[in-house]
Design a protein around this ligand. Structure first.
Ligand SMILES: Cc1cc2nc3c(=O)[nH]c(=O)nc-3n(C[C@H](O)[C@H](O)[C@H](O)COP(=O)(O)OP(=O)(O)OC[C@H]3O[C@@H](n4cnc5c(N)ncnc54)[C@H](O)[C@@H]3O)c2cc1C
Length: 432
């Protein structure tokens, strides 16, 4: 019986396990995770600050029980501390000090990322916070009484989410943004649209960075552009770096951004090992350039790809490169799909940006086209219905449409008509 070991119980690890079991039922699949509970949703994790005991973040299909029923063994509270590749053995350690060796034929590494703390004076003070999982969010949620004012560093999706939660809790919130909101994911016009929707009671320090965090043992203030601002806590939402502790011990090749180097099939430099999700640095099959893409959908797609190859199937999925990120923050749908002009620039792909507005939904839309006018990305900032517009962009990219092809963004009544016809059959108007 083929043995597949997976390190990591996030979207990458779970997608890999379920895929392997679906296509090859007799594979022995073991997930190893140092966390001690059911898997949970990381998007929206800021909710656990307001409501630490929330169950909204649980994912029933990923629970230990559900996976057990599928024949997948999940070893929780177990840290992989080393790997002997000559005997294909993982060496693990439990909290109580007991150790267990796990043999495998194929290994998928899905160890995620480690939050980045900016290297400024005072970053080691108590009150400088990071969030990796629900336990961190709960810990902050249980200490809220000691936080009246907080600085959020970073204006990605999760930084904005944190700012919104602390604001809703009635805390005084500062957001420190080095360049602009969601710089790599939104065009400047759309970044500015999000900025306009941030409540004026939140202090936004745009074009700024923290030069020091000050205090005696605990955070008391921060210095932003020579100005000292008293605060009780600082939360660093400046992204993650790949968790490569085990990969380094195994001698796997790393990429220039410090992730485990994989090709578009998630294969590492060792033929029996794959890496997926936030720990992996993917090589683009067309340009040969590498990139980190720490988003849940990419982790899940990578997990699926690695698993089909690990169990001996030859399928290569072609949709690995279409990123789809959605969040609803400050009563606004924010969506970024595929390439933004900033990401395209990194790949030296020439792009043009086309702006649209849908006044009915207070929506601003940016479509990104390559030099042949083909849609390669798009973004939406809208009061509501953003996901529907986003889906049209996503399917347009998949179909390879040109921006000049009309109507790329169909009016709402046409979409509804088509949706109804697809379920009810042809609809005639009363005049017919
Ligand atoms: C606060 C926050 C908000 C986010 N919001 C969004 C969002 O809105 N949309 C989005 O797409 N993405 C979001 N993300 C990112 C998303 O959560 C990650 O991209 C995704 O979880 C990565 O999945 P993964 O499988 O690579 O690893 P992870 O989900 O990080 O899981 C890593 C796993 O590896 C295990 N592990 C690591 N090292 C070891 C070891 N040595 N031994 C045993 N186990 C080990 C851990 O226990 C864990 O189970 C957010 C992340 C955070 C932290």
């Amino acid at each position: 019986m083929m043995k597949l070991a997976i390190i990591g119980y996030g979207p990458g690890g779970v997608a890999a396990a379920v895929t392997a079991k679906t296509f090859a039922r007799d594979t022995e699949v073991t997930i190893i995770t140092e966390e001690e509970s059911n898997a949970h949703r990381r998007p929206g994790i800021s909710l656990a600050i307001r409501t630490p005991e929330t169950e909204v973040l649980d994912i029933d299909d990923w629970s230990l029980d559900s996976l057990k029923k599928k024949g997948i063994n999940v070893m929780t509270g177990t840290r992989v501390i080393d790997c002997d590749m000559s005997s294909k053995t993982l060496i693990t350690k439990k909290k109580d000090g007991t150790s267990l060796n796990i043999n495998f034929d194929k290994l998928i590494i899905a160890t995620g990322g480690v939050p980045i703390v900016p290297p400024v004076d005072g970053a080691d003070l108590e009150g400088v916070l990071t969030i990796k999982n629900i336990f961190d969010a709960r810990m902050i949620g249980n200490r809220l009484d000691s936080i009246n004012s907080i600085v959020v560093i970073g204006a990605g999706f999760s930084g904005l989410e944190m700012a919104e939660q602390f604001h809703r809790l009635g805390k005084q919130v500062h957001i420190v943004i080095r360049s602009r909101i969601l710089r790599t994911l939104l065009e400047e016009e759309l970044s500015n649209e999000v900025l306009k929707r941030i409540p004026s009671s939140i202090n936004v320090h745009i074009g700024s960075s923290i030069t020091s965090i000050n205090g005696n043992g605990h955070v008391e203030s921060v210095t932003i552009q020579d100005k000292e601002i008293p605060v009780d806590a600082v939360i660093c939402m400046t992204g993650v770096r790949p968790n490569i502790v085990i990969a380094e011990k195994m001698g796997l090749k790393l990429g220039p951004y410090g992730g485990i180097l994989v090709n578009h099939k998630m294969e590492t430099s060792n033929p029996d090992v794959y890496a997926v999700g936030d720990c992996a640095e993917i090589t683009d099959s067309i340009t040969g350039k590498t990139f980190l893409m720490p988003v849940a959908s990419m982790a899940a797609r990578g997990g699926r790809q690695a698993a089909v190859l690990a169990i001996g199937l030859n399928k290569v999925y072609d949709d690995l490169a279409i990123r789809y990120q959605y969040d609803r923050i400050f009563s606004t749908d924010i969506i970024s799909i595929g390439l933004s002009s900033t990401l395209a620039n990194d790949f030296e792909i020439e792009t043009s940006i086309h702006y649209f507005e849908d006044p009915a939904e207070f929506a601003k839309i940016a479509l990104i086209a390559d030099k042949d006018g083909r849609l390669v990305g798009g973004q939406v900032v809208a009061a509501r219905m953003g996901a529907r517009i986003g889906y049209q962009i996503y399917s347009g990219i998949k179909r390879g449409v040109k921006v000049s092809e009309e109507p790329l963004l169909k009016p709402r009544y046409t979409q509804l008509h088509e949706l109804l016809e697809s379920t009810l059959g042809p609809i005639r108007s009363l005049e017919d």
